[in-house]
Ligand binder design. Structure first.
Ligand code: TYC
Length: 99
């Protein structure tokens, strides 16, 4: 019995957490600041104040962290940014990187 419990415990300890991915927005010269703020609020669920701060960070430092997600969700966010930017005629891009 004791050996069983130990094995179960060992298996539990071995469980790996799914990898997480950082999603960044990239700066460019053409996308409007208001549109970036809208993207951060609608896709990344930021408040207006947070979105404005992240947008200004990107504007100054070339890229900014929008959120950290599982692979599938990060990929979806990147695609949603691409589609919404394209539909609105902006070149805004998002990328993901393993954490
Ligand atoms: N640099 C853009 C401008 O001056 C604003 C901008 C901010 C664009 C963040 C993209 O991810 C971005 N209109």
């Amino acid at each position: 019995m004791a050996i069983n419990t130990d094995l179960e415990l060992y298996d539990e300890v071995k469980i790996k957490h799914p990898k997480k991915y950082k999603v960044f927005l990239l700066n460019d010269d053409y996308t409007s600041m208001d549109f970036v703020i809208d993207i951060l609020m609608s896709i990344f669920h930021r408040t207006y104040a947070q979105a404005e701060q992240i947008m200004l960070d990107i504007h100054k430092k070339e890229r900014g962290l929008c959120g950290v997600y599982t692979h599938e969700i990060a990929e979806t966010k990147v695609m949603q940014v691409r589609k919404k930017a394209k539909d609105n005629g902006f070149p805004l891009r998002a990328i993901m990187e393993e954490e």
